[in-house]
Design a protein around this ligand. Structure first.
Ligand SMILES: [Fe+2]
Length: 190
């Protein structure tokens, strides 16, 4: 017997985005970026199928270790032909990629600073360093031209009273302040 499902007059609010699947030009190149540079762990690879569903070169990735509070996969990569060439210079404001940027949360301020330093030491181009009202962020880009925001979350009490204000707050820091991070967080946004 079919179970009784409550009838809703409005859509159910989702808990959030579960995972993101990106088309990439070269699996090896993108694996290096997302695993070796950003720290995602590969947790799976699509196997050939015999049920008629087309096979793809597809790999799956997750953030924190399996023992922590972790999603089965946060990200998957699919190798595809015919993708547009990435631009020479990534731009949040003038790019033509369908994906503007993907934001990756690091566990806390200390690990974020270590991660930004790790990326800098490996010659990753830092496009933009911004203190937002709800995150402190560095913008880089993947080999396909997708923007990637490397961030840590500020405490809820900094932004939860005015999310729109926090979203509209942006202080761009110069390159030499890439690793200079204040904990005197702005709480008045207008
Ligand atoms: Fe963002």
């Amino acid at each position: 017997m079919a179970e009784t499902i409550k009838k809703r007059s409005a859509a159910v609010a989702p808990r959030g985005i579960n995972h993101l699947v990106l088309n990439v030009r070269d699996m090896e190149e993108s694996h290096h970026f997302w695993a070796d540079l950003l720290g995602f762990k590969q947790v799976g690879k699509l196997k050939p199928r015999e049920d008629g569903i087309p096979s793809m070169n597809m790999q799956f990735y997750s953030g924190l270790d399996q023992d922590d509070d972790v999603n089965h996969h946060d990200l998957a990569l699919v190798q595809r032909d015919g993708l547009q060439e990435p631009p020479d210079e990534w731009s949040m404001f003038a790019g033509t990629s369908a994906v503007n940027h993907i934001a990756i949360t690091y566990p806390d301020r200390e690990s974020w600073l270590e991660q930004v330093q790790y990326l800098k030491e490996r010659g990753v181009k830092m496009n933009l360093r911004v203190d937002h009202g709800m995150t402190h962020s560095v913008y880089i880009n993947d080999p396909n031209g997708y923007g990637v925001e490397v961030l840590y979350e500020l405490p809820n009490e900094v932004w939860e009273h005015d999310i729109d204000g926090a979203l509209n707050y942006a202080k761009v820091l110069p390159d030499e302040e890439l690793l200079t991070d204040t904990t005197e967080y702005e709480t008045k946004f207008s």
